[in-house]
Every structure is written in C-alpha cells, then in structure tokens.
Write a protein that binds this ligand. Structure first.
Ligand code: ATP
Ligand code: MG
Length: 373
C-alpha cells in the first residue's frame, strides 16, 4: 500500500499538532488539521485546514472523512464523542485507539489501569464525598495533592494541600465538585524523569533516552539528558509489556517520580510530549516522526544519540505583549508562532546538544533570559 498519497488528520491545532504536521510534510504526507482559528500554530503548516472545534461531532466527522489516518495532539477530546463521530464511517484508522484514549484521559481510570497491570505509581483515593477528603487527608499524613480527573494540564488541575488551612480553602473553592478529583499523597521526590515509548501497528517498540525534567509552578520548565536510574530497566520492561497488552499505537510518555530507590509513574500522556522535544535535535529520529511511523505501520529505527548530552528549555510567556523573538539563541530555536502571549503560555523551546550537560544548561538558562519580548 503506498504511503505517500495518504492523508493524516490531526485533531487540534496547537504546537504539538504543528510539529507533527511539519514532520509529516517532510515525509511526503498530506495533512489536515481541525482547529478553531486560522492563527492556530498548526494551520500554516498543514496541507488543509478545517475550521472547527475538536468538541464538535460534526467537525470531527468532517476531518475523519477527509483523512486516512487520524490522530490527536491532546488527550482532552472525549473518547465517547470520537467514537460517536466515527460511527458509519468505515475504513478510517484512529491511533492511539479510543480505548487507550478513554482510559488515559481520566486520571482515575488511568491510575486504575496502571494498578491492574502492576505498574508502580503513587497511591490514590477516589473522592465520592467530603468525608473521603478528610479520610484521605488523614491517611496521607496531611500532605496531599488533588488532581482533576479530566482536563488538567501544565499543572492547571493540580492542587497541593499541605495543612488544614489549605484544605479548608480547597474545600470551599471546589464545594460540590469534589468527585471531579482524585487525591494522592504529596511526595518529596529527588527528581522528575520521563520515558517516552513509540509502538507501531506491528507491535515494534522503541524507547527514547530517559530525561530529567524540572518543573516551575507545576509546569515543565526545562529538560536535561540523558539520565539513568537503577530501576530504569525494570520499569522499561514493565511499560513495554503494558503498552503491548493494551495494544497501544503511537508515541506515549510516562512522567516519573524518582523517589530514591523507587521509580514511580506520575502520569501517562497518550501523545507526543513536551519532555520529548529534545529528540528533534539530539536524536537520529524525533518523537514526531516516530509517532507518524507508528500510526502508518512503518518500521521504527532505534533512536540514536547524536551528542553525549542535551538540554531543552521551554520559552514560557511572561506578559501579554505581542510575541516576538528579541535575539537569536545559539541552540536550535523552535518557535510556535503563536499570535498571543500570556503568562505561562508555551511559546517555543530551544534545544542544545553537546558534551557537557552542566555547561549546556548554564548557557541555555542564560540565553533564554533575553529571548522573549
Ligand atoms: N503527588 C505529588 N507529590 C509532589 N508533587 C507532585 C505530585 N503530583 C504532581 N506533582 C507536581 O506537580 C506537577 C504537575 O502534576 P501532573 O503532572 O500530575 O499534572 P499536569 O497538569 O498533567 O501537568 P503537566 O501537563 O505539566 O504534565 C508534577 O510535574 C510535579 O512537579
Ligand atoms: Mg505532568
């Protein structure tokens, strides 16, 4: 079956969709994105744009009809809606599967799925009533994290509660909405890491080098790598059998907490991931090409490091001034071309590769200071 006349449809028009369609174009594929605004980052690079909402059954149907393969840049499209939209349209392939999407997009089901497959993750308590909150607060020794079951990203759905006062505040703020959250114990991790896997329709799997990520205000600030952990091999084996058992197709990211001897999964993202952007410049193949190769059933070359060390820094908005690059960095700048800036918004990232992680990071953090207008 020839690959090149094929059209890949992407739900969503943000920077992840943008980098996917840019890569698809290089690979000779046609692309269509479903995005609401012409100025959405992915629109300019796509072969075709459908103006619409990723939450509209009608708009999703329009994308599906015009695509051979469908994928998404975010796990927030309700799996049920996609399922409904796919009805009566035959011969279209959507990857990752709707079952994988449905189970991962809900933090509670995700946790339960990980537990079913014996993957290490933090304990959690499901909240049905206010009493469950009190109970969990006690069980987890008065240091907890509330996480929104659906739709949390960049720390937006994450609430750290470390004393009674903060708990009262949380309860007041989310009165009546308690069941939208799960509770986890707050942990003092040594570091945060991530492991990214790619699995194709034939069941082949490749893994990207493990990275360390540093968050600021619960949001990814920068990434360094490669890194390692005594439990890396063991968890890699477990994750490989998990993604095989659930027949996952595409790139999938596992965010990890390094608890010293233990390595546990914080969360799973069924898509290309911010902590995998280093692959664009530091590896022989990047996560975007891997994702496309997975869904198209192409073979997966093993990602090779092109340099011993790498660093990726996010460019996060700090104001609402018109976005612009003030000066050019020595690293590889990936600019998302967003028309509006706002505090914490991801505007771009810069990749550095070289021989000395510490030196690279120093330079990256210094250069980053003067880049955004
Ligand atoms: N149980 C915990 N104990 C301590 N810190 C935590 C815990 N859970 C989350 N955090 C911190 O909050 C950050 C965001 O949490 P999480 O990844 O679960 O939410 P998110 O909104 O999906 O974030 P993102 O989109 O940035 O990955 C984590 O990267 C970590 O720094
Ligand atoms: Mg996270």
């Amino acid at each position: 079956m020839p690959i090149h006349p094929k059209t890949v449809g992407v739900l969503g028009g943000g920077q992840l969709a943008q980098m996917l369609v840019m890569k698809a174009r290089q690979m000779g594929l046609r692309t269509i994105v479903l995005a609401s605004k012409r100025s959405d980052p992915a629109v300019a690079s796509a072969t075709r744009w459908i103006q619409g909402e990723i939450t509209s059954e009608q708009d999703i149907r329009a994308l599906i009809r015009l695509s051979d393969y469908i994928t998404f840049e975010s796990e927030f499209i309700p799996a049920q809606l996609l399922k409904k939209s796919l009805k009566q349209i035959t011969g279209k392939k959507i990857y990752p599967s709707l079952k994988c999407l449905g189970n991962i997009q809900d933090r509670l089901r995700q946790k339960e799925w990980l537990c079913d497959y014996d993957l290490p993750t933090l304990d959690h308590i499901k909240i049905n009533s206010k009493d469950d909150i009190e109970l969990a607060f006690k069980v987890f020794k008065q240091k907890v994290v509330f996480k929104r079951r659906m739709g949390g990203y960049d720390g937006n759905g994450t609430f750290v509660v470390k004393n009674k006062l903060e708990l009262d505040h949380f309860k007041k703020q989310f009165k009546g909405l308690e069941s939208q959250f799960i509770i986890e114990p707050y942990v003092e991790f040594k570091s945060e890491k991530s492991l990214i896997f790619a699995r194709n329709t034939k069941g082949e799997i490749v893994v990207l080098p493990m990275i360390d990520s540093v968050q600021k205000n619960n949001q990814c600030d920068y990434v360094t790598g490669p890194t390692s952990h005594p439990q890396e091999k063991a968890i890699t084996v477990k994750i490989k059998s998990f993604i095989t058992a659930i027949d996952y197709v595409g790139v999938i990211a596992f965010e990890l907490f390094d608890l010293g001897k233990k390595l546990v999964i914080n969360e799973v993202a069924p898509r290309v991931h911010n902590t995998g952007h280093f692959s664009q410049d530091a590896l022989s193949i990047d996560q975007f090409e891997l994702h496309l190769r997975c869904i198209l059933g192409m073979s997966l070359p093993t990602p090779q490091l092109r340099h011993p060390d790498f660093v990726m820094v996010n460019l996060l908005g700090t104001s609402t001034r018109k976005p612009a690059v003030k000066k050019y960095p020595s690293g590889a700048l990936h600019w998302y071309d967003k028309q509006e800036n706002r505090p914490r918004r991801k505007m771009g990232h810069i990749n550095y590769s070289g021989r000395n992680k510490k030196e690279l990071l120093k330079m990256a953090l210094l250069e980053r200071k003067g880049i955004l207008l």
